[in-house]
Write a protein that binds this ligand. Structure first.
Ligand code: GDP
Ligand code: ADP
Length: 205
């Protein structure tokens, strides 16, 4: 895949604050683009088609898999979730950064295809706080909460395969850390080898 922008992958257990952090980052950094995933999950109250997710059915999702329209996809909590490829390619080719908020299975599939991506794992300050946040969100049934908490510890073990770990204790601090990581990645030598070469060539030296 050709690219000039950064592909940023954000994962973390359900309720840890990924959505809240991404919203803050996008509000404050207009150059970032959020990759809207397709999902077969039902919309939650307050979620909008084309903003939070592309809500779709299983038949349409399977068609997208078949036609290779997804960069990656995974089954999470009994529903399909996937990243539409075309939009990600378009943003990166324009030299802009794109954020994918996806689960670790999907993140690892992206890493295989796109190892130069920036992989950030977000954790809550504690499991007690995590449960409080999921309950406080008020969007999940008791069964769904139990499933998410059970999955959280297994999921957190996947954090070692990421490049960065950010604790979401205070939202502003966590969002600022991610913005700093994104900014630092722009200076990564692997993204600047042309710059090192060109500066002398420009002067004819
Ligand atoms: N692989 C993959 N995972 C996704 C995608 N979109 C969302 N997810 C993940 O699916 C999981 C469930 O998301 P969601 O239903 O919104 O629940 P929440 O994490 O409790 O807010 C989370 O881990 C998301 O990061 C996607 O396009 N691909
Ligand atoms: N740093 C934080 N401190 C306290 N509450 C938070 C923090 N970050 C997120 N929350 C709250 O926790 C709940 C879950 O956040 P959300 O962004 O939906 O998580 P995720 O997208 O990871 O599932 C929401 O009610 C949100 O307002």
């Amino acid at each position: 895949m050709d690219f000039t922008g950064n592909l940023i992958v954000i994962s973390g257990p359900s309720g840890t604050g990924k959505g809240t952090i991404c919203k803050k980052l996008l509000d404050e950094h207009k150059t970032l683009t959020y990759s809207i995933s397709a999902t077969t999950r039902q919309p939650r109250t307050g979620e909008t088609h084309g903003i939070n997710y592309w809500f779709t059915d299983k038949i349409e999702f399977e068609r997208m898999i078949e036609q290779e329209e997804l960069l990656e996809w995974a089954e999470v909590y009994g529903n399909y979730y996937g990243t539409p490829l075309a939009r990600v390619q378009e943003v990166l080719k324009n030299g802009q950064d794109v954020i994918l908020e996806i689960d670790p299975q999907g993140a690892m599939n992206v890493k295989k295809k796109f190892p130069q991506g920036v992989f950030i794992y977000i954790i809550p300050p504690s499991m007690t706080e995590l449960e409080k946040r999921i309950r406080g969100r008020g969007t999940d049934s008791d069964e769904s909460i139990a499933r998410r908490l059970k999955a959280a510890c297994d999921e957190i073990r996947m954090g070692v395969y990421y490049n960065y770990v950010v604790v979401n204790d205070e939202i502003t601090v966590a969002a600022n850390k991610i913005a700093a990581i994104v900014e630092a990645e722009k200076c990564n030598v692997l993204r600047n080898t042309d710059l090192l070469r060109q500066i002398c060539e420009d002067k004819g030296e």
